[in-house]
Every structure is written in C-alpha cells, then in structure tokens.
Design a protein around this ligand. Structure first.
Ligand code: 18C
Length: 253
C-alpha cells in the first residue's frame, strides 16, 4: 500500500494556483501556504525549549485566550534512514494511525475530498477530570518540488472543520487543531547513481507544529504538564514506528 503513494500524491510545483475542485480547496491552500511561510521562521523570544532529547527539540510559547491555554508548540527533529515522503505518508494514512497514536480511542474517515485530502473524525482518550475531547479535521498530504537537484519537501496539514456527519454531542467537547508536519530529505554523500542510495545515506529533517485549543476550560497547569510529557512521547513513538516499518522496504523518495 505504501508504495502506491506516488499515485495518490501528485507533486505540486510550488505554484499556488488551486486546481483541486472540492469545496475546501481554497481553505487547504491558504493553510498550507501559511505553514510553508512560518516553518522558516527562527525561534525567537517568547519560545521556551521545554524538552530536548538527542536531535529532538520541543519549543512552546505560553498563550491563553479567554483563560484557555492555547500554547503553540514546535518540534524540530532530524533522523537518519527515512525520507520525508515516508514520514508524511505514515502520519497521513489512517490505516497506521492506531499503531502509533496512544492518545486516541478511535479514528474514522468521514469524507474523501480528493486523493490527497480526507476528513477525519477522532475521539481522544479522556483525561480525568476533564471532559472527553473529539476532533473533526481535514487532513491533506502534499509534495512540493523546490528545484531539480533537491529532494522535494513533503507536508501534512490537519485543520479543524465542521461536518454534518460529526455533530458536537455533549458531554464531548470539540477541540480545535491546526497541525502540520513538514519534512525535508537530505542525501548525504550522494552516490553517482540514484539506485545506489542506501538508507544510511538519507536523513530527514522534520518540523512538527501544533496550535490546539482544547475547546473549553481545562486546568492550565495540568494541561501544560500533560502536553509537555505527551508531545515528545508521541514524536518518539511515531518516528521509531516509521523507522521500524520502513527498515527492510525499498526507499520511497
Ligand atoms: O498530531 C498528532 N496526531 C494527528 C493524528 O491524530 C492529529 C491530531 C490532532 C489533535 C491533537 C490534539 C491533542 C490534544 C488531545 C487532547 C486529549 C488527549 C488525551 C491525552 C492522553 C494522555 O494531528 C499527534 C498528537 C499528539 C498529541 C499529544 C497529546 C497532547 C496532550 C495535550 C493535553 C491534553 C489535555 C487534557 C488535560 C487534562 C488535565 C486535567
């Protein structure tokens, strides 16, 4: 299945014209372009390094809106042995999600907008004593070619949207998310022939950003401490999962 990715994900030439015809195409384009703009932004004042482990650095900015914690979060990581395409494909494809996500009770695709864009409805695990959260978001995967020589950039964006098949039902609370995973592949000491590239020659630099509003009040200190523990845990588990899944497979550029 994973080898079909090139068929379902058409490389975009970086041009911003929208040729996808579904109702959310402009929303998708706007949010993708925003992420591509901000991903290059340096870490500045106000961002705290809250966790560092090997190549992984987790930054957070403390922000509250109407008393609700909405801290933006950014993770930078670099890993050898996988491509950006592989990382993004495993993050986007629902069939692998329950194998690496430990904070979900369920995930379901409720609409397919185009081969690269689907709408998910997810039920998150309840954290006592807070109300259980659910989420409904479009999820889009894209490949952007930067130049003939460089490997393309791959990204996935998950962005909250309402949907008639996912009404908000009390006691569940709908969280609001804007999440992006952006990956660059680097080929170290490239052999002359592309067929000779081995997994030890490849490296993926990834940026994960999350803007999440829990959708209702949650005690600030408890939320910040759960988030500080759970985001690094998620990225470690997810990246090890992709390494393990791809180790003996042909490289997916
Ligand atoms: O990006 C990730 N996953 C994607 C695919 O599922 C998708 C997910 C988007 C939603 C992210 C929102 C996370 C908040 C979930 C709240 C409930 C979680 C239960 C936690 C269980 C311990 O883009 C990877 C997402 C990685 C998420 C890490 C968990 C962050 C926890 C945040 C704090 C939870 C707050 C509740 C605190 C209550 C304290 C009394």
């Amino acid at each position: 299945k994973i080898n079909d990715a090139a068929v379902v994900s058409t490389p975009n030439d970086g041009n911003t014209s929208v040729n996808r015809k579904h109702r959310l195409a402009y929303d998708v384009e706007r949010v993708v372009q925003e992420h591509l703009t901000y991903v290059r932004e340096e870490i500045s004042d106000g961002w705290d390094l809250i966790h560092q482990e090997g190549e992984m650095k987790v930054y957070r900015r403390e922000v509250e809106e109407n008393g609700i914690v909405v801290d933006p979060l950014k993770i930078f990581h670099s890993m050898k042995g996988v491509t950006g395409h592989e990382i993004c494909q495993y993050f986007w494809d629902y069939q692998y999600r329950m194998e690496w996500e430990t904070t979900l009770d369920s995930t379901k695709i409720i609409e397919v907008l185009d081969p690269d864009t689907v709408i998910f409805f997810q039920m998150h695990k309840r954290v006592w004593p807070a109300a259980q959260r659910d989420s409904c978001f479009w999820s889009h995967i894209r490949c952007i070619s930067n130049s003939e020589e460089d490997q393309p950039t791959w990204l996935v964006v998950n962005y909250t949207t309402p949907h008639h098949l996912a009404p908000i039902k009390s006691p569940h609370v709908r969280l609001v998310a804007n999440v992006a995973l952006i990956c660059e592949t680097i080929i170290n000491e490239p052999p002359l022939n592309i067929q000779d590239i081995k997994r030890e020659n490849i490296e993926c630099k990834l940026t994960y950003v999350a803007f999440v509003n829990p959708g209702g009040w949650v005690p600030s200190a408890a939320l910040r401490s759960v988030a500080k523990r759970e985001y690094p845990r998620f990225l470690k588990r997810f990246t090890s999962y992709v390494l393990e899944q791809t180790r003996d497979k042909p490289i997916l550029f």
